[in-house]
Write a protein that binds this ligand. Structure first.
Ligand SMILES: Nc1ncnc2c1ncn2[C@@H]1O[C@H](COP(=O)(O)OP(=O)(O)OP(=O)(O)O)[C@@H](O)[C@H]1O
Ligand SMILES: [Mg+2]
Length: 255
């Protein structure tokens, strides 16, 4: 079974940026293939990784439903499930060291939960063939209660450098416990900090009983990459944010 790393946190805290870097970390440090899962209906992980998306699960599902509705023949007499399995395989975006699966937005009147259930099912299914899975989630806590993420080895809760951000991180942490989610280790990372805030924020987190695994600096290089539409996956190895994030991952005992 794969070792699963998932990211959660409120909007715009840097989940997708750090998810992209987590994929790169595994490839570089563990030398193993990774399944990257974009479980945000407003997919962005492709941009962070620098690949093009040719298919999403949401879209596939609509197409499959269309086949059922129209009563068209399925190739080779495949069952609907076999056809869908095949299509999901085909929809994976293959790149160096990782494959990307994108949930996307279900088109038409389909319910979000359906695409969500499909992504969970295939994340579980594919976990048997990849040693590592990295899941980028949408903002907020809803996906936790919908359980997009099934069994998770490390949940990285990303906070912005504000007291509110840390309070949200604490709420997410609380929900994980409340829902009795299958999460082995759950840590908070404060992203985009500038030097002088670190002590204050860490103290605040401590007072709230939130354990902070580390902080990642606000990095002008990331801002520049963002501005020019360059994938953060290609950040130079000397990037301050990348080095800080790698050091946090090093400390988390990823096998
Ligand atoms: N350490 C950093 N230094 C500078 N800019 C950063 C850093 N981390 C993230 N950013 C920038 O912050 C913005 C939000 O980042 P990102 O899209 O990764 O957040 P998110 O949590 O995935 O957002 P959403 O909730 O919309 O999915 C982006 O413009 C990104 O370039
Ligand atoms: Mg995101």
């Amino acid at each position: 079974m794969a070792f699963v790393i998932a990211l959660a946190g409120k909007g715009g805290t840097g989940k997708t940026t750090l998810a992209g870097l987590a994929v790169r970390y595994i490839i570089e440090k563990k030398k193993m293939p990774v399944l990257a899962v974009d479980a945000d209906s407003n997919n962005c992980l492709d941009e962070a990784l620098g690949v093009d998306v040719h298919a999403t699960i949401g879209k596939l599902r609509e197409e499959s439903l269309e086949v059922i509705r129209s009563g068209a023949d399925r190739p080779g007499g495949m069952s609907m499930e076999q056809l869908f399995d095949y299509q999901v395989q085909q929809s994976l975006i293959e790149s160096n060291g990782y494959d990307l699966m994108v949930m996307g937005r279900p088109e038409g009147p389909g319910c979000y939960c359906a695409a969500n259930n499909v992504i969970r099912k295939y994340t579980d299914k594919l976990s048997e063939t990849y040693p590592y899975v990295v899941i980028d989630n949408e903002a907020g806590m809803e996906h936790l209660s919908r359980r997009t993420t099934h069994k998770v080895d490390i949940l990285l809760i990303i906070s912005d450098p504000s007291t509110r951000g840390i309070q949200t991180a604490k709420r997410i942490r609380g929900l994980v416990d409340e829902l009795k989610l299958e999460i082995v280790q759950c840590v908070v990372i404060i992203n985009r900090v500038s030097g002088d805030e670190v002590t204050e924020l860490t103290r605040h987190a401590y007072n709230l009983g939130v354990e902070v695994a580390g902080t990642v600096p606000h990095d002008l290089e990331i801002a520049d990459y963002d501005l020019h539409g360059k994938p953060v996956f290609q950040l130079p190895a000397g990037s301050r944010a990348l080095k800080a994030f790698y050091a946090i991952l090093d400390s988390l005992n990823i096998p």
